[in-house]
Structure formats: C-alpha cells, structure tokens
Ligand binder design. Sequence first.
Ligand SMILES: Nc1ncnc2c1ncn2[C@@H]1O[C@H](COP(=O)(O)OP(=O)(O)OP(=O)(O)O)[C@@H](O)[C@H]1O
Ligand SMILES: Cc1ncc(COP(=O)(O)O)c(N)n1
Length: 288
Amino acid sequence: MTTDESAFTGLPVPGATPPTALTIAGSDSGGGAGIQADLKTFLACGVHGMTALTAVTVQNSRGVADFLALPPELVAAQIRSVAADIGVGAAKTGMLASAEIIEAVIDACAASSIGRDGRTPLVVDPVAASMHGDSLLARDALAALRDQLLPIATLVTPNLDEVRLLTGLDVTSRSELRKAAEAVHELGPSWVLIKAGHLTEDPECVDLLFDGSRFIELPGPRMRIPHTHGGGDTLAASITSALARQAQPIDAVRFGKRYIMRAVADAYPLGAGVGPVSAFWRVSEQPI
Ligand SMILES: Nc1ncnc2c1ncn2[C@@H]1O[C@H](COP(=O)(O)OP(=O)(O)OP(=O)(O)O)[C@@H](O)[C@H]1O
Ligand SMILES: Cc1ncc(COP(=O)(O)O)c(N)n1
C-alpha cells in the first residue's frame, strides 16, 4: 500500500497542532549534524520536533574534539516525558554514545509504544563515528546496537562504514548493495536503507531499500560537492517526518531521498572544514 503524497509533503495548518517527531541523538555544537540537523529538518518538513539529548559534543567543521554522554536515566526520562504528555508520531535515533544509553533508550521506547511492536515507527540511524572518523559510540556498545536496538527498528539506515561494522561486509560497488541489505535485514529491522554516499567512484548515488523481499533502488545524481556534513541525519529525519505524517515506509523513504538530494544540492561552506547540507531550501521567503 502507498500513501497519498500530498498528505505528508505540505506545511501544517496555522494554529493547529502539527504532527510530532522525536529525535534521540547528540548535540553538534557546529549545528550541522545531530539534534540540530534533525530539528531543522523537522521544521522544514512541517513537523513539531522534540528531543531526547544523549550527549553533548564539542564539534566544528573540522571534527569532534570531545563529548560528554548524559546519564542513561536522564535520556530515558526525556523520552518518557514527551511521550506521556505530547505524544510521538515517529521517532529516530542518532548518536547513542554508550551501551547503557542504548539499553535505557530501548526500555523507554518499549514503555512508550515506540518501535517495532508499538504503534510508533522508529528509524535507527546507526551512528558510530563522525564523517571525520571521530568515534561517537563506545566500542562495547556496537553489540547492544546490533543485537537489541536493530530488532525493534521500523527502518535502519546504515552508511557503508556502518554496514561493515554491523555485518563484516565490505561494500565497494553498487552490485554488492543487495548482499549488504540482506545481511542487515537478518539483524531484525523491518526495513533497511543502505546509503550509497560513500561509493565515491559511482557517478550516481543509488541508495537501496529492502523489506526482506523487495529491493527498491532510490536513484539520484552524485553531486560533486564536499559539504555533506549531517547528510545521514538529515535523510533519516526527513524520513521520520514523513512517517510522523502517516506515510507508508516506502513513500517516506522516497520523500526522504528527494529531500536529501535538494539539501545536498544547496549545501554550503562553513568554517575551515566540511560544511553542512542545507535545510534552507524548504523555508519559504515570507515577509515579516
Ligand atoms: N555527493 C552526493 N550527491 C548526492 N547525494 C549524496 C551525496 N553524498 C551523499 N548523498 C546522499 O546523502 C544521503 C546520506 O548518505 P551517506 O552515505 O553520505 O550517509 P552518511 O555517511 O551517514 O552521511 P554523513 O556521515 O555525511 O552524515 C544518501 O541519501 C546519499 O545518497
Ligand atoms: C552529534 C552528532 N551526531 C551525528 C553525527 C554524524 O554526522 P556526520 O557523519 O555528518 O559527521 C555527528 N557528527 N555528530
């Protein structure tokens, strides 16, 4: 079944409560990735964004210098608080930092009907490191992410480094994406979206969606632009926004792919390093 796209691409009616989405992720002080990217994307997609902060990173366009993970019980309390009062239309995870935080998130999601067997869709972006290679997940936390979090995910969105960490498979060409999608699907999520951004030799950027039986290619041009910081978060947040607006997973992913292509096309330089993908393209120019 597919959804009527007009039902999830517009902006909310002024004064009416918009759909809601929750991001469970870390703060990027540079504003390009993490919770900041997610909130900008939620806004641009017409969804009220909420946050369960997992960690504070010291980060700029050149990388992550340091981070402090928050106490797991505080992360869980943020999830329970907004779920009990405001309600969560869809949720996503990003940087989770530690095994203890992952376990607390799983418990809080279960208590709030978020995840595979609850009513609320859960998108897991299995963030392990920044694009500069700085670790954002403790080494001993990978097993908890793979064995406990992935089985409750509606959709998991690994990049090729994360595919290697989760499955041991080294994908170096488009023809190997199907095998990777099958291997990640074996870990328990309902849907898998393998992101092909790292296949830099490929003239196109063809992500691959898999639900255990269907392979769906999401084609797009590869833009020769270095400023893709926050691209993975922005893609997952735009998909989460569409899910919050009741889109079916396949339609939500198609919407997300269109959103990220525009965000990459309009990416901009910032600082001395790598700039972020842009959320500005969807903000209309309204006189104040
Ligand atoms: N140069 C590019 N041109 C077009 N699309 C791109 C480009 N780079 C990445 N993308 C798209 O952006 C999304 C994120 O892909 P990527 O594989 O880079 O994930 P990621 O490594 O998690 O992102 P990041 O680490 O930059 O946040 C995917 O939909 C991918 O196809
Ligand atoms: C808090 C936080 N979350 C996620 C990322 C990944 O984004 P990227 O791979 O673009 O560095 C990041 N750098 N910081």
